[in-house]
Design a protein around this ligand. Structure first.
Ligand SMILES: [Zn+2]
Length: 157
């Protein structure tokens, strides 16, 4: 990157939903794609934390979801973090939940994000990016715990 580009105000962008500071022309959805790409490359990472990663991402990017879906995702994330539910157990649980709500729970809504910037997240998708499959697993857990901690703290205020 040359000096003039660095001085320009167009080198970074802010995610309208989670508030992450990102390189220009990058979105959290791109970052989400990078995380998925690592999971495809390392099936052990996919098996260990895929659902945890998706839930963490969804909680921080609620714009496309109903309150009902968001609240349920937060509740599930809480359980997973508190009980340290592992990959295989979590998959079973998710399947059970989805089957229970089949056809009754509306997941997607249209419109603009309502919860943008409402939470002071300490970790975001961009902080999870790594090439190392083991570091990835640790970071996804760290990310999920940070989300639960942030929401708990905000409830106490
Ligand atoms: Zn974001």
């Amino acid at each position: 990157m040359d000096a003039s580009a660095e001085l320009a105000d167009t080198t970074t962008t802010v995610c309208p939903e989670c508030g992450a500071l990102l390189p220009a022309n990058t979105s959290c959805h791109d970052i989400f794609g990078q995380l998925l790409a690592l999971e495809y490359q390392y099936p052990q990472s996919f098996g260990a934390v895929h659902h945890l990663m998706v839930m963490s991402y969804n909680v921080q990017h609620p714009g496309a979801y109903t309150d009902d879906f968001w609240n349920k995702t937060v509740a599930m994330l809480n359980d997973v973090v508190e009980q340290e539910i592992s990959g295989a157990q979590l998959r079973k649980r998710m399947q059970h939940e989805l089957a229970a709500h089949q056809g009754r729970m509306s997941i997607k809504i249209k419109g603009t994000p309502e919860r943008a910037h409402q939470h002071a997240w300490t970790m975001r998708a961009v902080d999870v990016v790594t090439d190392d499959p083991q570091v990835y697993i640790e970071r996804v857990w760290q990310w999920a715990r940070s989300i639960v901690a942030t929401l708990e703290q905000e409830l106490q205020v």
